[in-house]
Design a protein around this ligand. Structure first.
Ligand SMILES: [Zn+2]
Length: 111
């Protein structure tokens, strides 16, 4: 009867040893997942504008704005769209801002 008790005790001790040796490893893995912002359009420090994209610099926003204007301008020139459609779709200007975490730029087109 005493032998069985000793076996049970040794099993409990061995479980305790494996449990404590595993703990530091799992603690280390949980601390590595802290980067959880700026991974998609909607988790930057500030909201994404109606442009719907983030740009590497303010200049890229300006370039994109110009290209959109040119696109609608060409459509109107080629008589693919009416003046009404042109004024409705072509932005008159834009406002932009940057994320304080990653420094990327987004903004709103003003119609
Ligand atoms: Zn960001």
């Amino acid at each position: 009867m005493r032998k069985i008790y000793q076996i049970i005790l040794s099993i409990i001790v061995s479980i305790f040893i494996t449990a404590t040796s595993v703990t530091p490893i799992s603690a280390a893995t949980t601390t590595t997942t802290t980067q959880n912002h700026c991974t998609n359009n909607s988790n930057h420090s500030i909201k994404c504008g109606n442009i719907g994209m983030w740009f590497g610099s303010r200049r890229e926003v300006d370039t994109y704005f110009s290209s959109i204007c040119n696109k609608w301008g060409t459509k109107y020139k080629n008589e693919e769209i009416t003046w009404e459609e042109y004024t409705k779709n072509c932005p008159q200007g834009y406002e932009c801002w940057s994320c304080s975490y990653c420094g990327k730029w987004t903004g709103n087109f003003v119609y």
